[in-house]
Write a protein that binds this ligand. Structure first.
Ligand code: PMP
Length: 284
């Protein structure tokens, strides 16, 4: 693989970052994951806007312009011949040369890394046919989940808890209400109404979420942005998740209990089709 590090395209084994990098020592960094379908980027603009917001919230400088970043994404797709897959982008506060809690001077160059992950046929994932199983766990992350930081230890623990329980993922619960999945936004469906948690500091503002809610409203489906409980989810007709890498994925089981018929529901299935069709059309 060819990867990108601070202005250079390099073979992956030649791309090296300092042990003093703030990302390595303090998880002082942010990231984005953009999907590639048919060699084109899905919702690049949405990811670029959220990236800028994450940087602003953490007083980090943007190491590159949006146009330059788009060009780096495209160049990596070309060099690695990616048809379907993902591009991972990470920016950390760079290498101050030592370990210190205080931020380094603002002119410390950030570390910018991008790499590709090929996922041939990712839009035809078999899981879209069978649906996924989730468990509920306590949400023990920090309070600024709206910033897409690389502090992913608790979500990793959640994935492991799900695996140990024979499930595919975990929905996190705080104050009796579902926040989101370990790496996705969570939804339930009651009748013709799609319910997903409102935006705030408690969840990541999913780029796929924004697009899917827009498509749902355009298709005359009802959308309620509010929090819901595990009990409500257990009594729902359908459930699903969204993320840049899974698009719309049906959820058919929660804590060992079938949701609705226990098979992917019509709303999730239709939203997945609409999302894939519309975002392929708009891909750059
Ligand atoms: N919530 C969390 C915690 C996530 O990690 C992600 C994916 N990175 C999402 C939601 C979905 O966001 P997006 O649709 O932008 O991929």
């Amino acid at each position: 693989r060819t990867v990108y590090l601070n202005g250079d395209y390099l073979p992956e084994h030649e791309a090296k970052v300092s042990i003093f990098d703030r990302g390595f020592l303090m998880s002082d960094g942010i990231y984005e994951v953009t999907s590639v379908l048919d060699g084109k980027l899905i919702d690049f603009d949405g990811h670029a806007v959220r990236l800028q917001r994450s940087l602003d919230e953490l007083d980090m400088a943007h190491p590159s312009s949006k146009d330059d970043l788009l060009e780096v994404h495209r160049e990596l797709v070309r060099r690695n011949e990616i048809t379907d897959g993902m591009i991972y982008l990470q920016i950390t506060r760079g290498n101050p040369g030592d370990r210190d809690f205080a931020y380094p001077p603002a002119d410390t160059p950030p570390t910018l890394v991008l790499f590709t992950q090929a996922k041939p046929g990712m839009a035809d994932s078999p899981m879209a046919q069978t649906g996924m199983k989730v468990i509920s766990i306590a949400d023990q992350r920090w309070g600024r989940r709206d910033i897409k930081t690389v502090q992913l230890l608790y979500p990793s623990m959640g994935k492991m808890m799900a695996k140990a329980a024979g499930a595919d993922d975990a929905w996190m619960v705080e104050d009796g209400h579902v926040t989101e999945g370990t790496s996705n936004n969570a939804y339930i469906v009651k009748g013709n109404t799609i319910i997903t948690r409102h935006l705030g500091n408690e969840i990541l503002h999913g780029i796929t979420r924004a697009a899917v809610l827009r498509f749902a409203r355009e298709a005359q489906m009802k959308v309620e942005e509010r929090s819901f409980t595990i009990q409500e989810a257990l009594e729902a007709d359908e459930a699903f998740i969204t993320s840049a890498s899974t698009f719309v994925m049906p959820v058919v089981e929660l804590d060992g209990t079938a949701i609705g018929t226990g098979t992917p529901g019509p709303v999730a299935t239709r939203l997945r089709e609409i999302y894939l069709e519309e975002s392929r059309k708009a891909a750059v």
